[in-house]
Design a protein. Structure first.
Length: 105
């Protein structure tokens, strides 16, 4: 291999690895942005619970599953909410409330 070919291939490899690194970073940002949050009004959903005094919050609901990846929120596994939001994975705020609240056992 001639010196010029070697330098060309080395520079090309560096450019390709940089582009791939940036593309993977963009893909991880897209995955983070793909979180589906429940819209206000769906099944009476409110981001601030009017029933907080009665301890009726999403975080105390049997349909709530804590999620370390979403600080201040978690997943709602209620099928009706998933259908309403047209998503298999729906996130809610810990201090929120909806009409389908049910006490954890």
């Amino acid at each position: 291999m001639k010196r010029r070919e070697f330098l060309t291939s080395t520079v090309l490899a560096a450019v390709v690895s940089t582009v791939i690194g940036k593309a993977s970073g963009l893909l991880s940002n897209v995955a983070e942005a793909a979180v589906v949050w429940v819209a206000a009004g769906k099944l009476g959903y409110k981001e601030v619970s009017p029933q907080a005094a009665n301890k009726k919050l999403c975080s105390t609901c049997k349909h709530y599953v804590a999620d370390a990846a979403t600080p201040g929120g978690g997943k709602c596994i209620l099928p009706a909410m998933q259908t309403a939001m047209k998503s298999k994975e729906v996130h809610v705020k810990e201090g929120a409330y909806c009409n389908m609240w049910a006490k954890k056992a």
